[in-house]
Design a protein around this ligand. Structure first.
Ligand code: S3P
Length: 443
C-alpha cells in the first residue's frame, strides 16, 4: 500500500438521475499532443482535468508550448508545429500515465535534443520494451532501466538522432499505446510507417490525425502514414469517457429500481465492448440521441436496474473493453452463474496487476474467484462488507466502491487516491446519484 487514502462505501441505491462523467482520457491526451504539434491554435472543450492528462499538459509547457486554460475543461493550445518544440530544462514527469509516457516516447524519439521521461512508482514498473524495441528499429536512441528479466523500464533517456526511418511493424500484443507511439514517431520518419494489429484497438489517434488534416490509411488490420507532412490546428470536442461512465452504469444495473442517463458518452466501436458484454449479461442499456461529434460517435446511455447472468469474455471483445474488466468483474459477482474472463493477460501490466488485484478484492468481499494466467473465473454470489486494497489503481478503487451497492455491510477501500488520474469528481458524482461514499484518510 503506497498511501493511506480510503473510501468508505456504504452501499445505497437505487441509482437515479442524469449525469455527465468527465472527458475521455485517451482523447484528452491526444488532443494536447496533436494540438501542440499542429500549426495554429487548437481549442479543446470537454478536456479531462485528471492528473494523467494534466501531466501531459505540463510536459508540453516544459517543451515550450503555450496552453491557456480559461476553464477546467477548456484548453487553448498555441501549436508550435512538428519541429517547434524546445529542449526542457528538467526531466519530464508523466505521473501515473502509461498512455502519456508511451505516446510521448514516439514524439521525443524524433526530437533534436536530450530529454528524460520519468513516472511515479507504478509507472516506473510498467514495461516500455514494447515501444522502445520498434522505435530502435526506426533508428531511435533511448536508454532505459531494466528489471530482473531484462525488461525495459522507465526512466527513459532520449538521445538525438539524425532521422528516423519508417517501418512495417506487426504488434506482438493488441495495444493502442504502441500503435499510437509508432504513428506519432512515423510523422517524423522517412517514408511509410505501417502498423499491423492482432486485434482492433482504440483508434483515436488515427481519427484525430485525420481531423488535423493528416492522411492516415487503414486497410484491414493495417494502419499507415507517410512521414514529412504537417498538422493543421482544429477544434476538438472531447466526449465523456465510456471507461468512467462504466462505474455509474454498472452501479445502476446492479441496484434494483435504478434509472440513470449518462450524457454524451463516446461510443467509438473500438471502445464500446462494455455495452455489448453487459447486454449479453442481460443489461437493459439504451443508446439514445446517437450522433457524431468531432469525428467521434457519441450517445446518451439510458440504463435501468437489471438482473444479470454470467457470461464469457474473451477474444477480440477483450481489447475493446480492456479498461472496463475490473468493473465488469464486479457486475459478474452480482450476476447469477459463472463468468469466465480469458485472453486478458494484458491486465497484468496495467496500473496494477489487475487480475491479481481484482481477484484479491472480490475474495475479500466473499466472492469465489479462480485466478488464471490470462483472466479469472467469477462465481456470482452474495457480496460481504469488508476491506479491500485498490493497490493505487484508480479503476479498482472505483469498481470496489460500486460493489458496495450489493454488499451486506460497508466496504472500505484503501490506496484509492489515484482516482484523480481519470475521474476527479467520482465521489461527489456517485454520491449525488445515490451511492453512500465518503473519502478520507485511513484511521
Ligand atoms: C490507451 C490504451 C490502452 C488502455 C489505456 C489507454 C490509450 O492501453 O488500457 O488505458 O489511450 O491508447 P494499451 O494500449 O496498453 O492496451
Amino acid at each position: 500500500m503506497t498511501d493511506r487514502s480510503r473510501f468508505d462505501a456504504r452501499g445505497g441505491g437505487p441509482i437515479r438521475g442524469v449525469a455527465r462523467v468527465p472527458g475521455d482520457k485517451s482523447i484528452s491526451h491526444r488532443a494536447v499532443m496533436l494540438g501542440a504539434l499542429a500549426n495554429g491554435v487548437t481549442e479543446v472543450t470537454g478536456f479531462l482535468p485528471g492528473t494523467d492528462t494534466l501531466a501531459t499538459l505540463a510536459v508540453f509547457e516544459q517543451l515550450g508550448v503555450q496552453i491557456e486554460r480559461p476553464a477546467d475543461d477548456r484548453l487553448i493550445i498555441h501549436g508550435v508545429g512538428l519541429h517547434g518544440l524546445s529542449a526542457p530544462v528538467a526531466p519530464l514527469d508523466m505521473g501515473n500515465s502509461g498512455t502519456g509516457m508511451r505516446l510521448m516516447t514516439g514524439i521525443l524519439a524524433a526530437q533534436p535534443f536530450l530529454t528524460t521521461l520519468v513516472g511515479d512508482h507504478s509507472l516506473s514498473r510498467r514495461p516500455m520494451g514494447r515501444v522502445l524495441d520498434p522505435l530502435e528499429l526506426m533508428g531511435a536512441c533511448i536508454d532505459s532501466e531494466s528489471d530482473q528479466q531484462g525488461g525495459k523500464l522507465p526512466p527513459l533517456n532520449f538521445r538525438p538522432v539524425r532521422s528516423l526511418q519508417g517501418i512495417d511493424y506487426r504488434l506482438p500484443m493488441a495495444s493502442a499505446q504502441v500503435k499510437s507511439c509508432l504513428l506519432l514517431a512515423g510523422l517524423y520518419a522517412l517514408g511509410t510507417t505501417r502498423v499491423t494489429e492482432p486485434a482492433p484497438t482504440r483508434d483515436h489517434t488515427e481519427r484525430m490525425l485525420r481531423g488535423f488534416g493528416y492522411e492516415v490509411v487503414k486497410q484491414g488490420s493495417e494502419v499507415s502514414l507517410e512521414g514529412g507532412g504537417s498538422l493543421s490546428s482544429c477544434n476538438i470536442h472531447v466526449p465523456a469517457d465510456i471507461s468512467s461512465a462504466t462505474f455509474p452504469l454498472i452501479a445502476a444495473l446492479i441496484s434494483p429500481g435504478s434509472e440513470l442517463v449518462l450524457e454524451q458518452v463516446g461510443i467509438n466501436p473500438t471502445r464500446d465492448g462494455v455495452v455489448h458484454i453487459l447486454r449479453q449479461m442481460g443489461a437493459q442499456i439504451e443508446l439514445i440521441n446517437q450522433r457524431e461529434e468531432g469525428g467521434e460517435p457519441v450517445a446518451d446511455l439510458r440504463v435501468i436496474g437489471s438482473a444479470l447472468r454470467g457470461t464469457r469474455i474473451g477474444g477480440e471483445r477483450v481489447a475493446v473493453a480492456i479498461d472496463e474488466i475490473p468493473a465488469l468483474a464486479v457486475a459478474a459477482a452480482c450476476a447469477t452463474g459463472i463468468t469466465e474472463i480469458v485472453d486478458a493477460a494484458e491486465l497484468r501490466v496495467k496500473e496494477s496487476d489487475r487480475i491479481a488485484t481484482t481477484v484479491a478484492g472480490l475474495r475479500a468481499l466473499g466472492i469465489q474467484v479462480e485466478e488464471r494466467p490470462d483472466g479469472m473465473v467469477i462465481h456470482g454470489g452474495q457480496l460481504r462488507g469488508g476491506q479491500v486494497d485498490a493497490a493505487g489503481d484508480h479503476r479498482l478503487a472505483m469498481a470496489f466502491a460500486v460493489a458496495s451497492l450489493r454488499a451486506d455491510g460497508p466496504v472500505e477501500i484503501f490506496d484509492c487516491d489515484n482516482v484523480v488520474t481519470s475521474f476527479p469528481d467520482f465521489v461527489p458524482l456517485m454520491f449525488g446519484l445515490g451511492l453512500n461514499i465518503y473519502y478520507g484518510p485511513r484511521d
